[in-house]
Design a protein around this ligand. Structure first.
Ligand SMILES: *Cc1c(COP(=O)(O)O)cnc(C)c1O
Length: 428
């Protein structure tokens, strides 16, 4: 099959949808909750997971499946499950192998929502988390792992701190303990980084960001590498009979797809946080230009970071693409491009920063990141405001930090906008 040798750009445009004779050329939008069958036996077999097929959109849908298939190919995985949002993807990815009384080890530089999930919401369900400094040596991270730890979690390129995960260190620590590494690959996207190539076992995404790319649809996805050995004695929920499926064992029945089939069959069945066909259709359309956009986001962010780094009104700039950035070496090792997000501080602290943000014209102040339009956000007062000052510090959020998501407009126009806003900020 030609698809096996396709490169990322071709997969982004054409992956996972092969029209038959006379079929629509573009992935059709199947706005249907349900699907018709000829016999009761057909439907019974679907319910028993004896055959694969769509029967109810909470479990699967052809448009959602096209998006899942393309994401799976882009990441180089075995199977994928699209979810209602990035947050639901992360929640389900963890809950699929973690229950009350068990434990997670996570890097502390995480998206605010994920940090809250792990530090407040999951503990209410008996799942606790130890946060580790991702720059710590492997032995220190390994020391946080307990008998009841079921997974290690990190962000490929952290939001907003732009810290690059040392995949090999984290995968080494996780695998030595017989547990998987789950990576949130939202910021690099599979075009700039494929975590499975560096030892990650499961990848999660918020497709609300670069995958959709245009800020029109919320969504998330879990991709399973199919490579983790669930039969190592630590994951009975995958190897032992599932009472809710007539005593079926996931590893026995589905082999390398055990994890992702269980997530769909149990968790979306019972919790229902699935992606809508409309959002899958939009995200899938967005993916067609992923490679072009990610290259331009990287190019523009690099130009803006360099310009800011040479401006006296700017106190500091953080972007993995800058040669003196603390993450530059890791970024060169793991990322094909540095993506479009940078952070910086205006001289004059939080107040000057606020004046700067209020004075921008082309760039808008929004609670979003990673779409075509340049935008800014102040994490301390917005996405990370529920965190204590200490937690903000651990997540890399300082009071003056401004996060910039550099869009794909003309870079001269972006720089001109920043120039005029800095002038206003530093007058006052
Ligand atoms: C936005 C984001 C999320 C959450 O995704 P939603 O689609 O907003 O639920 C998770 N991780 C990262 C890195 C994000 O940027």
């Amino acid at each position: 099959m030609a698809e096996k040798t396709w490169k990322a750009e071709t997969i982004a445009v054409q992956g996972a949808y092969e029209p038959g004779n006379g079929d629509p050329r573009v992935v059709p939008l199947a706005l249907s909750t349900t699907f018709a069958y000829d016999s009761a036996q057909d439907v019974a077999d679907l319910f028993d997971l004896k055959t694969f097929g769509h029967f109810y959109t909470r479990l699967s849908n052809p448009t959602v499946a096209a998006f899942e298939g393309k994401m799976c190919m882009l990441e180089g995985g075995a199977g994928a499950l699209a979810c209602a949002s990035g947050q639901s993807a992360t929640s389900l990815a963890i809950m699929n192998i973690c229950q009350a009384g068990q434990h997670v080890v996570a890097a502390s530089t995480l998206y605010g929502g994920t940090y809250n999930l792990l530090s407040h919401t999951l503990p209410k369900f008996g799942i606790n988390c130890t946060f580790v400094d991702q720059k710590a040596p492997a032995q220190e991270i390994a020391a946080a792992i307990q008998d009841k730890t079921r997974l290690v979690f990190g962000e490929a390129l952290s939001n907003p701190g732009t810290e690059v995960l040392d995949f090999e260190k984290f995968a080494g620590v996780a695998h030595a303990a017989g547990i998987p590494l789950i990576v949130d690959n939202t910021f690099p996207t599979p075009y700039l980084c494929r975590p499975f190539d560096f030892g990650a076992d499961i990848v999660v995404h918020s497709s609300s960001k670069y995958l959709d790319g245009h800020a029109v649809s919320l969504g998330g996805v879990i991709v399973d590498s199919g490579r983790f050995n669930w039969a190592n004695g630590r994951f009975p929920e995958l190897t032992e009979p599932d009472e809710s499926y007539h005593g079926m064992s996931y590893t026995g029945a589905f082999g390398e797809l055990a994890y992702i089939v269980k997530a769909r069959a149990q968790l979306t069945r019972d919790l229902g946080a699935v992606m809508s066909p409309m959002n899958a259709w939009l995200a899938n359309l967005g993916l067609e230009t992923l490679h072009i956009r990610m290259e331009r986001h990287t190019e523009n962010a690099t130009r803006l970071a360099e310009w800011l780094a040479h401006d006296k009104r700017v106190q500091w700039v953080k972007y993995p693409g800058l040669k003196n950035d603390p993450n530059h070496a890791l970024a060169r090792k793991y990322l094909k491009g540095m993506s479009g997000v940078l952070t910086f501080g205006v001289r004059g602290g939080a107040q000057a920063g606020e004046r700067f943000m209020n004075s921008l014209r082309l760039a808008k102040l929004v609670v979003h990141v990673a779409d075509t339009r340049t935008c800014v956000l102040h994490p301390a007062s917005m996405t990370h405001r529920q965190l204590s000052p200490e937690q903000q510090q651990a997540a890399g959020v300082t009071p003056e930090l401004i996060r910039v998501s550099v869009g794909i407009e003309n870079i001269d126009d972006i720089i001109a906008d920043f120039d005029q806003a800095l002038a206003v900020a530093c007058q006052g």
